[in-house]
Design a protein around this ligand. Sequence first.
Ligand SMILES: Cc1cc2nc3c(=O)[nH]c(=O)nc-3n(C[C@H](O)[C@H](O)[C@H](O)COP(=O)(O)OP(=O)(O)OC[C@H]3O[C@@H](n4cnc5c(N)ncnc54)[C@H](O)[C@@H]3O)c2cc1C
Length: 453
Amino acid sequence: MLHLEEIISNSERLFVGRDIPEYYYRDTYVKNIKPVYAVALPKTHEEVKALVQFAIEKDLVMLARGAGTGVAGAQVPIQGNELIIDVHLMDTIIELDEETLTLTVEPGVLVGAIHDYVEQKGYFYPPDPASKHSTIGGNVATNAGGLRAVKYGTTRDYVREMTVVLPDAEEMTLGSLNIKSSSGYDLKDLFIGSEGTLGITTKIRLKLVPLPKANVTILQAFETVLGATQATLEILKSGADPSGIELFERQALYYAEQNLGYPLKSQVGEAYLLMSLDGNDLNELTNRIDLVQSVTSKLALESHVLTVEEAKRNWALRDNILLGLTAFTEFELLDEVVPINKFAELIEATKEMQEKHGLNVLNFGHAGDGNVHTLLMKDDLTEDQWTKRRASLLRDLYQKVDELGGLPSAEHGIGIVKKEYMTSMTEDVNLDFMRQIKRVFDPDDRLNPGKVF
Ligand SMILES: Cc1cc2nc3c(=O)[nH]c(=O)nc-3n(C[C@H](O)[C@H](O)[C@H](O)COP(=O)(O)OP(=O)(O)OC[C@H]3O[C@@H](n4cnc5c(N)ncnc54)[C@H](O)[C@@H]3O)c2cc1C
């Protein structure tokens, strides 16, 4: 059997025992200090295979990791003897194929780097998680969504083909270069969103589209959150075809304003919609702006078409909500999704729960696709109050999401933090088949065990 040092001969790419950096034990919100066997940072597909083979021979469990920006605890070691395979150094953009409009990359390439690279060449990779510093391998493993899902879909819609190393160290190519397939089970789709429980991705071929030539941002203010959610439905029905509709409450934005040191363009009302429209023709875009303004004229207090500079500053505020909040209080970030016609009802229910449970609740999120990021805030509560009130509110909230036909996670994944709700909100027969599928690929439960279900 090869030693770890023989597989990863560069000591800067291998951490063992006390040398393992602290950040491998946590994600943004979850901390779990359990001993880790080692952290290896492969640079090639062959090294990943050899590491998996090593783990099998040593009877270790394994955990794939990208940039570690996950927020569900999926990349946090919980077993006590994990070999963490951190692929973020596999960060080569391998090939832009302009004939098939695809980009082949290693899993450690950052999604922000993909945007920059393809946009310079006139192409567009639409999935746009706010975490631009997350890896494409992590995005595929969580089926990351982001700001443009309302028009363009999620990561799943942009993966043509991927190569994975399976838990038995075999390798497999999933999907193909063909645009359509009616050729048997779609194993690629099974792996996308599986949170590193079925295989370790080492190469991904992404679909690109032409870069839209024109883009405009509209900011609208509303008296209430309900008004903003009603406006969202009107905009979606109008044919204005927004590429993003973000909703946030004034109070949630307050923290971003403090953090960045400048105000949102509008200061009236309790809730806002920040939306983008893209296309190839400015005239056509002007017609769509008119559509947005006419269908929301009775609901919006203010409506601003932003200049390029204003758009940059106002989107930065939206992206800064979480970071801004971190400086003020401890909080729990949720990622529930409901059918779009239930969005308003969910937001209303969170406000009632705030009163009932004595816990401050704020909402922001991707209104255009029914995905709310509800924030539960600790503020001045004692640890005991925080733990108890949060637990009872979460029970009520997920029950409501279930009643509305929603799901516990739209884009962040289940990891460990939402396991309880995933199991209570999913039919037994569905869970049973998911577990059977996991056993087919990973009979020894070696890859990221204890996550998702
Ligand atoms: C400030 C902030 C904003 C965010 N905004 C968004 C957003 O708008 N939309 C959104 O969808 N998410 C968002 N996220 C969540 C997070 O960025 C995503 O879940 C992201 O896809 C994780 O990528 P990563 O490279 O950091 O993966 P990690 O956190 O390292 O891992 C996440 C999961 O992917 C698995 N994994 C990683 N690489 C591989 C691989 N090569 N093969 C197999 N499995 C692998 C891990 O095992 C784990 O299960 C945000 C997070 C933060 C902190």
